[in-house]
Design a binder for this molecule. Structure first.
Ligand code: GLC
Length: 781
């Protein structure tokens, strides 16, 4: 790949060309202080959430994109050059450039005229401090004189206030504190919620500084050529009573040939100046900063240890071992809040975050539990969820637009959490409803299912309201339409809940669930919903349907076919196989399975004016990657390993890039996108929103629970792989409930699998929860 490569030994992606088609980003976060950082060190930093505590600026609309960020300028006085090790914003050509993104750390190496500068960034797990470690080396034959200068552009913490009133800078101040060698950002807007103290300091002696952005940039200057650096003089400006603040701290050094020097910038955030001083002192020299970087790597390493696999397919391994779990945990934390595609105004989406907790339940049960608590706390007494909520701001949850599926997902994530930990106490935890009263987690889930069941349409399937999982269905403007997909999900959720209820002796609840599943199941397998070769998508209130062979557009939709298999409804007369065959022949593009075909060119009929997304994009016929995860799971459940693996593998970004080209795909090779433009568009192959997407959590589940077949269940780990013959031997290390399972799969696509545990045959496929700390498992499958 021409723009970089994977360095799997260091769990990294290394960007080698500083101008890929889009910003290729990473997240640095300890769940309180967080930063987004690109391959050019563009990005921003915020505390807790970016709507009310956005510390630095990032511009979304202007071109060039991806400015400003966390910059280190190199003024090479000996060679008369000005450059950045991360290329931007000077964009001076470098002799050497790399950007290494790895979980929790991004680092850059730039060299010019024999001067090599490395800049590494991280936010360590236990301290609210962003570290910028700078290492400078003179690799040339003669002495050099250099000035290294930082640039961080502060914004108003309250982002929207800054957007509304750009002039309003009276309630902030920036001044330099010589004792801590730091610029202090003081925010004292009286309406603001709790605002932290922020200090940006340098471990080395500061030769000059600017607190005022405009002094540094200058009236005729720019980020590319800041006047403060082109004229070579910093004015030591301070703006304690307001203005546009910046973190400009200059360090001078003369380096003999072969000499190396390390220092660091740090952005510390605390609730008092004493607190920021403490943090700056704790990371007061280069070795302490290096320890902070290592602590960050250790933090992520521990989480990724949950499951490690060697399948013999390196591209798959790196996604299962590093990038999908990492991406899942970032998404669980940040929902869809902020990325290069999201400006940071969103909250957490009820149904999206519930799904994000699926993978989190396996990778970091504590984080998943915390997020689920927040979700249940915004449910209402009548069982309704909401559209979006904002746990770290005073903004109330948003109920509109109404997503009819909000509460169908919670059983999956909670059950996976219990399956991971074996600790059922979460079910008994009482969590308040948003509008008064409280209930146990068990009660919240059941109430959410009853809420959906109580809003059935004339045929007994859940009504669509604004939309179910598929936002695009809102275009049909038929709130009373009935959703086949949500009906199938209700069948699955109710059955899953019934197993919990039965074990708890709550027989009435189990009976209610099974009755609902039976009644809806009967409708779903009647001719109202079965089209002959596949399941329909939506029963409209005027008697027409979406997703039928009789239609001219939107003839077949992917989701009802996958969910027919997942819910077990497709077992009737082999309908699941029939409909997944239709998916393969009509929807597989070779670069992912399209969400529907043919795309709508006019809604409701082709003659009508086009409405919504253009053909082939988004919900109108793209490869919606999130929906592909259920197709993979469905194929595994049908035991069709080759097809399941094909669907999985063809969506690895590297694979899509190999087929459509990087310029077309555009996005990071190491994380998933939400959708890929489908074949009915001339833009076929273009990657959509990257990083924060519902894809990742389900893709982790598809890959680990279903393809590798290491499934946490209420009774322990179940082993039931579904792998193609092209992977003859697979090794898996799974940490689970305090034990480690070392699993070897001998895969020859056998009809019946056989397992040995510590050399002894096992009955069935449930691995024992025995006393050994390491359990050896061999499986012939
Ligand atoms: C986006 C939304 C998600 C929705 C999906 C399909 O990913 O975040 O909530 O289910 O689109 O419309």
């Amino acid at each position: 790949m021409s723009f970089g490569y994977f360095d799997d030994a260091r769990r990294s992606y290394v960007v080698t060309d500083p101008v890929p088609p889009k910003p290729w980003t990473n997240y640095l976060t300890n769940r309180r202080l967080s930063a987004l950082i690109s391959h050019q060190a563009g990005g921003l930093v915020w505390y807790k959430e970016p709507l009310t505590r956005r510390i630095s600026r990032y511009h979304y609309i202007p071109a060039p994109a991806d400015r400003p960020g966390f910059y280190v300028y190199v003024s090479d006085r000996t060679h008369g050059t000005l450059w950045n090790p991360h290329f931007a914003p000077t964009c001076t050509a470098l002799d050497e450039y790399t950007c290494r993104h790895e979980p929790g750390v991004s680092s850059f190496c730039g060299a010019k005229d024999g001067v090599r500068v490395e800049a590494a960034y991280a936010i360590p797990p236990d301290d609210d401090v962003m570290l910028w470690q700078v290492t400078v080396e003179n690799a040339g034959p003669s002495p050099v004189e250099l000035q290294l200068t930082s640039y961080l552009e502060f914004g108003l913490l309250e982002f929207l206030r800054e957007m509304y009133w750009c002039y309003l800078k009276a309630h902030i101040g920036f001044s330099y504190d010589a004792a801590s060698r730091a610029i202090r950002y003081d925010y004292h807007a009286f309406e603001a919620p709790f605002t932290p103290r922020m200090a940006f300091g340098c471990t080395a002696e500061v030769a000059g500084f600017e607190c005022a952005r405009d002094e540094f940039i200058g009236r005729a200057g720019s980020l590319e050529r800041p006047t403060g650096l082109t004229r070579g003089v910093l004015t030591n400006s301070q703006i304690p009573t307001g203005g546009h603040g910046a973190g400009v701290l200059a360090v001078e050094m003369a380096l003999a040939p072969g000499e190396q020097r390390a220092f660091a910038y740090r952005l510390a955030v605390a609730d008092s100046w004493d607190g920021t001083d403490d943090l700056l002192a704790r990371y007061g020299d280069a070795p302490a900063v290096a320890r902070g970087l290592q602590a960050t790597r250790d933090f992520w390493g521990a989480r990724l240890e949950t499951l490690q696999a060697e399948t013999g397919d390196t591209s798959v391994d790196r996604f299962i071992n590093t990038w999908t779990p990492y991406n899942s945990l970032i998404t669980l934390q940040l929902a869809r809040i902020i990325s290069v595609d999201h400006m940071g105004l969103d909250g957490l989406r009820y149904r999206d975050s519930t799904q994000d907790a699926m993978a989190g339940a396996n990778l970091d049960p504590q984080l998943a539990t915390e997020q689920l608590r927040k979700i249940f706390a915004v449910q209402k007494q009548d069982g309704a969820g909401c559209f979006a909520f904002y746990p770290d701001t005073p903004k109330p949850p948003a109920d509109e637009p109404v997503r009819s599926d909000n509460t169908v997902w919670q059983i999956y994530s909670v059950k996976n959490l219990l399956a991971e930990t074996g600790d059922w106490s979460f079910l008994d935890e009482r969590i308040p409803y948003r509008d008064g009263g409280d209930d146990t987690v068990y009660g919240h889930i059941l109430n959410g299912l009853q809420f959906i069941a109580g809003r059935g349409g004339t045929h007994g399937l859940p009504m669509l309201y604004h939309a179910d999982w598929n936002d695009g269905l809102a275009l049909f403007g038929d709130e009373r339409a009935e959703s086949v997909m949500l009906g199938m999900q209700m069948v699955h959720s109710c059955r899953e809940f019934a197993t919990l209820a039965t074990r708890l002796g709550r027989d009435d609840d189990a009976a209610w669930c099974l009755r609902v599943a039976g009644e809806m199941g009967a409708v779903l397998n009647s001719d109202l919903c079965w089209d002959g070769q596949w399941y329909k998508r939506l029963l409209m209130s005027n008697g027409t349907v979406l997703g039928s062979a009789a239609n001219r557009q939107g003839r077949i939709f992917l989701n009802p076919q996958s969910w027919a298999v997942i819910s077990g409804l497709g077992e009737l007369d082999g309908r699941g196989v029939t409909s997944m065959n239709a998916v393969q022949s009509m929807l597989d593009t070779g670069s992912g399975v399209a969400i529907l075909t043919p795309s709508y060119i006019g809604i409701p009929e082709p003659e009508d004016p086009p409405l919504g997304s253009s053909p082939g994009t988004n919900e109108n016929g793209s490869v919606f990657v999130h929906a592909n995860t259920w197709a993979i799971i469905a194929e595994c459940l049908l035991g069709r390993a080759d097809l399941a693996y094909k669907y999985y593998r063809q969506l690895l970004p590297e694979e899509v890039i190999a087929r459509v080209g990087l310029e077309r795909y555009g996005r990071e090779p190491y994380v998933y996108v939400s959708s890929i433009v489908g074949p009915q568009s001339p833009r076929f192959g273009e990657g959509g929103i990257s990083w924060l997407t519902g894809t990742v959590s389900w893709m982790y589940v598809a890959a680990t629970h279903h393809l590798l077949g290491v499934q946490p269940t209420l009774d322990g780990l179940r082993l039931h792989p579904c792998l193609p013959a092209s992977l003859p031997t697979v090794h898996i290390r799974r940490h689970y409930r305090g034990r480690r399972y070392d699993i070897t799969l001998d895969n020859a696509g056998r009809d019946t699998q056989r397992i040995e545990v510590n050399g002894k045959p096992l009955d069935g496929d449930l691995l024992p929860l025995s006393d050994e700390s390491i359990i050896q498992v061999k499986c012939w499958c």
